[in-house]
Ligand binder design. Sequence first.
Ligand code: NAD
Ligand code: UD1
Length: 338
Amino acid sequence: MGKVLVTGGTGYIGSHTVIELLKAGYEPVIVDNLCNSKIEVLNRIKLISGIKPKFYQIDVQDKEAMRRVFEENEIESIIHFAGLKSVGESVQKPQLYYDNNVGSSKVLIELMEEYGVHNIVFSSSATVYGNPKSVPIVETDPVGEAASPYGETKIIIEKMLMEYASTHKDANVALLRYFNPIGAHPSGVMGEYPTGIPNNLMPYITQVAVGTLKQLTVFGGDYPTRDGTCVRDYIHVVDLAVGHVYALHKLEEKPGLVIYNLGTGKGTTVLELVHAFEKANNMKINYVVGDRRPGDVTECYANCDKAYKEMGWKAELSIEEACRDSWNWQSKNPHGYE
Ligand code: NAD
Ligand code: UD1
């Protein structure tokens, strides 16, 4: 149970993972440049766990500054969350996404070589499958055509790490392909608060619920699905966070390269999620069914058997619990960490 470098550790998924790492007896060392998160997260981690983890405000692309982290800490493994994740912004500013996401991963891989740190878990995404030919998606399904520069960075970084694994006999790499994380820590002190108007469904719902936004537009009601709206695999962020602890345990078995889908295995439509939120929190969400959003895939959900078979991990929490926890967080923190 050694030190784990957590890049992007003050972000949404990173912060929840830090809690689970502390619970499991690991010592997380966080690096984040705070470009999409708040320093206040560290206080919230302390509130939940009793521990304030070591934190460096550094851009992972800054190799010299990153060297200090490796010099000052005996890092045993890395969980690499740091990255920009807005699909729309990546279309506007592709170079920023290649520089930041690919650039920081390149620096990290060079430092792994330099300091002999061989274990890394990478935050990949279901987006690498592109428009899936069939659902549920299994890990052996082909990596598709990226729908955005954001998606392209995930495909490129996966390739870089695969090459790293194939050229370093001591390397252990876990590529985790997340489906749609939602929910928040059940304490209500940690959760997701995107800057600006949310692109993703759950934060949009909670901001309508709290009154920041007036109405949710459901993007398309004419898809060939059970109620005409798109199907996704919504996974509670705490389940996802726990998946990273299982992945670290897996890497301790020295498996070389492993790839896992992290989802629930269940598809939920947009309207089902809206109704689950209404039921879990006993309230109505003001919504209207509008046009399709360009680029959306009809159905995307995971087969997660491999993660269960090989790591013993599966999602335990329900959509209703995620809806309750999202609202608990949003209602107690209407302006996020501000
Ligand atoms: P987030 O934006 O909340 O967290 C990412 C963190 O990385 C932020 O705190 C940001 O400040 C930091 N960061 C970005 N670039 C950095 C850099 N160059 N140096 C240091 N810090 C940097 O996002 P999240 O939802 O927690 O996502 C974490 C990872 O998971 C990302 O790589 C994302 O692409 C991936 N992912 C997220 C989702 C999702 O729906 N949330 C789905 C699939 C994959
Ligand atoms: C997004 C990302 C994708 C990433 C995935 C998992 C986009 C275009 N894609 O896709 O790269 O891998 O998250 O994190 O952002 N919806 C509405 N109204 C809204 C918002 C969303 O109806 O206001 C619908 C969407 O049409 C979709 C579903 O809700 O059917 C989920 O949307 P979203 O949260 O953006 O996730 P993904 O589309 O899966």
